[in-house]
Design a protein around this ligand. Structure first.
Ligand SMILES: [Zn+2]
Length: 241
């Protein structure tokens, strides 16, 4: 399968096409080189090839950030032994215990992770690289350990598996819940967001509307299992926060 070239999203931000079923990987350049998610173990060569297109090598990746623990986001992490790896504290613990990831990896007969994050990022922490200043937001829902990275000034959201283009709601995996996901989407709706860089699928350029659609689609999904109307569900949420 031919490898596509890195896609420039905005200056210093690239999407690196990856071997399926890997997630989308994103590279932020500037002061240093930051890779956000790395894909399945077998994606290593893809990442290397994409980096070569940009005159970089695996050893040039200073920092790596995992949006959550799943194998399709973290599997190739072990090949980046010289990078500092960041993730939410729960993600760090879960990779250590091989919980959650382990279930998925075993299901697909994929090797277990060997690279545990070195450092943690929690809500209200900032991660900086050159002109980029990413606010970390814990966004449980798809899983319990997800984070989104938001550059408030650039209105740019790196959303992991929390938000996808056009508001397609993410799957709920064994540690997640729709209730948590709705709360996470509400947290994100406090900000003005234009570009969403999701963990799977296409880049979205209609961020605020996509968050509204995501919320509606989650409520529709919940409705299948109960008798609440959308109006009732929205009313219930408005009393909560
Ligand atoms: Zn996931």
């Amino acid at each position: 399968m031919p490898m596509s070239k890195p896609i420039l999203i905005i200056p210093n931000v690239y999407q690196l096409p990856a071997l399926k079923p890997s997630c989308n990987c994103y590279l932020i350049t500037g002061e240093k080189n930051t890779l956000i998610d790395v894909g399945i173990r077998e994606n290593r060569d893809y990442v290397e090839k994409q980096l070569q297109e940009l005159n970089l090598s695996i050893s040039d990746i200073d920092d790596m950030i995992y949006t959550h623990c799943h194998y399709d986001h973290t599997g190739a992490g072990e090949f980046f032994s010289h990078s500092t790896v960041y993730a939410h504290p729960l993600c760090q613990d879960k990779l250590y215990y091989q919980e959650d990831y382990c279930i998925h990896a075993l299901k697909y007969r994929i090797a277990l992770p060997t690279r545990i994050p070195d450092s943690t990022l929690e809500t209200n922490d900032y991660y900086q690289n050159g002109d980029f200043n990413f606010l970390v937001i814990h966004t449980p829902g798809h899983s319990d350990d997800g984070i989104c990275l938001l550059d408030v000034e650039k209105k740019l959201l790196i959303s992991g598996d929390t938000v996808f283009a056009k508001g397609v709601p993410p799957l709920i995996t064994n540690s997640g819940s729709d209730a948590s996901l709705i709360n996470s989407i509400k947290k994100l709706q406090q900000y003005d967001i234009e570009i969403i860089l999701p963990g799977h699928g296409k880049v979205d350029h209609d961020g605020n509307n996509t968050l509204i659609k995501t919320q509606e689609n989650i409520i529709k999904r919940i409705q299948k299992n109960n008798k609440k109307t959308i109006e009732e569900a929205i009313q219930w949420q408005s009393t909560k926060y």
